[in-house]
Design a protein around this ligand. Structure first.
Ligand code: GAF
Length: 386
């Protein structure tokens, strides 16, 4: 699949600039097995890079300008690298502007370049196409101008670029896009950025994403609000238990003992966070032991927490998970990513994939008049130079 993407991107580059690219970079999207809305709450997450990627082709241009063409959108932009970088109405360009700004602000020197890119990561599906864009751009610029930037710092610069665009995201998406490994999930400690790889062996189950094909506009404002609610909640916990530094130090019993100190909405948010951090630890152990049924149960629990306590679901995602819960062939399902649309991640008994896909397609179309899409996930390597 990616061979065609690479060929097309390279051919487009050659046609446009009259020479072969000097660097080609592949930058993947990600899934997250469990640990949602936990990265910015300093807990653990369990993501992985996937085989859906953005392919970039680069060359130095011997100018002071960066020219970037998005092949799939048939759009391009150019900026003068000697001028102040500003936000623009064309949203996709802002991730790249943000990356250029972060590199410059952090003292990385580079000159003009030409870049074209094309992607097979669905946009707006919660697979982190923006993190792939940021990290791939940084990786490519670093390779082109021989900048020494560690993987971890590529992720942190990408995250800062995303903040500049307006989403106060955590580190999970950029980190997993850069650090992905074939057939491994990453257990990432979002407080220290320590991480370990675990085998992504789901035994008798297939990992399949269902793309709701909706993206509700609440996403950015609600995402940023959740972050603030959790900060408020943590401050209250710390007043009562000064030894607690982050949510991971907080036991559920401690939280329950001070429930009346919280605004009820804030309590629901932090209750979810404390339980979700524990679920990630249990889920990772279950995966290691091959207890995929337990992993599946934890996915359902996460979904109902995200829907009822964290309030980041929507009727389309709830319907997909409720239907999955009632289906014997599916042992786990939940919304994946920031929420308000995008994909559910599902563990489906091998051999039943096609019947599940048929059933869900028909039901979803009948209920919402929207086509449901499916992605069979292959866990793959992180951002790389070809
Ligand atoms: C989005 C964010 F970008 C991530 O940092 C993470 O918080 C995720 O939502 C929710 O887990 O993808």
């Amino acid at each position: 699949m990616n061979e065609i993407l690479i060929q097309n991107t390279t051919a487009f580059f050659e046609k446009t600039f009259g020479s072969a690219p000097q660097k080609i970079v592949l930058s993947p999207g990600r899934i997250n097995i469990i640990g949602e809305h936990i990265d910015y709450n300093d807990g653990y997450v369990l993501p992985a890079a996937i085989d859906k990627v953005i392919c970039f082709a680069f060359e130095k241009s011997n100018t002071k300008k960066a020219k970037v063409i998005a092949i799939d959108l048939n759009e391009e932009f150019e900026i003068d690298l000697t001028e102040k970088v500003e936000l623009n109405d064309a949203v996709w360009t802002n991730y790249i502007r943000g990356v250029i700004k972060q590199l410059q602000d952090n003292g990385f020197a580079f000159e003009g370049f030409n870049c074209v890119f094309s992607s097979n990561i669905p946009v707006g599906s919660g697979l982190s196409s923006s993190a792939a864009l940021e990290c791939g751009m940084i990786f490519g610029i670093a390779a082109l101008f021989d900048l020494k930037i560690e993987k971890k710092d590529i992720a942190l610069l990408g995250q800062k670029a995303e903040h500049w665009v307006g989403i106060n995201c955590g580190i999970m998406d950029q980190f997993s896009s850069v650090h992905g490994l074939d057939n491994k999930v990453i257990k990432l400690d979002c407080n220290t950025l320590d991480f370990e790889y675990h085998n992504a062996d789901f035994k008798d189950y297939s990992l399949i994403l269902m793309d709701s094909n909706v993206k509700h506009s609440l996403f950015t404002s609600e995402y940023n609000t959740r972050r603030i609610e959790c900060e408020q909640g943590l401050a209250i916990i710390k007043q009562h238990f000064p030894e607690i530094k982050t949510f991971r130090d907080c036991k559920e019993e401690q939280l329950l003992s001070i429930q009346d100190k919280f605004d009820p909405t804030v309590f629901k948010r932090v209750h979810f966070v404390v339980k979700e951090i524990n679920r990630v630890i249990k889920a990772c152990e279950a995966l290691d032991k091959g207890n995929i049924e337990l992993l599946g149960q934890l996915l359902f629990e996460t979904h109902y927490g995200l829907s009822q306590e964290y309030a980041v679901s929507c009727e389309e995602l709830d319907m997909l998970v409720d239907t999955a819960k009632a289906d014997d062939a599916i042992i786990g399902s939940r919304l994946m990513g920031g929420g308000f649309g995008g994909c559910t991640i599902n563990l489906i008994k091998k051999g039943h994939e096609n019947e599940v896909k048929r059933k869900f397609s028909n039901l979803y179309l009948d209920t919402f008049g929207i086509e449901l899409k499916f992605y069979d996930v292959k866990i793959s390597n992180g951002t790389q130079l070809l």
